[in-house]
Design a protein around this ligand. Structure first.
Ligand SMILES: [Zn+2]
Length: 144
């Protein structure tokens, strides 16, 4: 897996499916990151590993540069860094559970998740209704 480790950009969740396929399934992400064993999301920076600190610093740097993908992307009050050991994602979140990660252009972008079926992706990659549903779930919902 050295190819994955040497290419830091592939560790971003912009390629979330790749991460899930390659890393999470191939070996426990925590063994590599040096983080403490836990499956819970954490905002405790002492439970981040070197990789997670690096991604966190890039998130903060993009924040400082106001480097957002579009005007639609953003976060509200209560912004925090969070690490999900199961997906190996490091992201920014807020009081309303909005999630922001760096996309492949290394810009901050909201990561949306359909609350009906859990389909997810960057705002520019998915076409969810304003109520946060993917097209399939929005159709189902409108038939009710
Ligand atoms: Zn859905």
């Amino acid at each position: 897996m050295s190819g994955v480790e040497s290419d830091l950009t592939s560790n971003f969740c912009s390629s979330g499916r790749f991460i899930i396929n390659q890393i999470t399934l191939d070996f426990p992400p925590l063994a590599r990151s040096g983080a403490h064993q836990t499956n819970m999301n954490t905002q405790n920076l002492s439970q981040f590993g070197f990789r997670e600190w690096d991604i966190a610093s890039q998130l903060l740097h993009a924040l400082a540069e106001n480097n957002w993908n579009s005007e639609a992307d953003g976060l509200g009050d209560g912004m925090q860094l969070e690490f999900n050991p199961q997906s190996t994602c490091v992201f920014l979140t807020d009081n309303k559970s909005n999630v922001v990660m760096l996309n492949q252009k290394e810009k901050l972008e909201n990561w949306l998740s359909c609350w009906g079926c859990r389909e997810e992706g960057f705002r520019s990659e998915v076409s969810f209704s304003h109520r946060g549903l993917c097209e399939k779930c929005a159709k189902k919902e409108s038939k009710k």
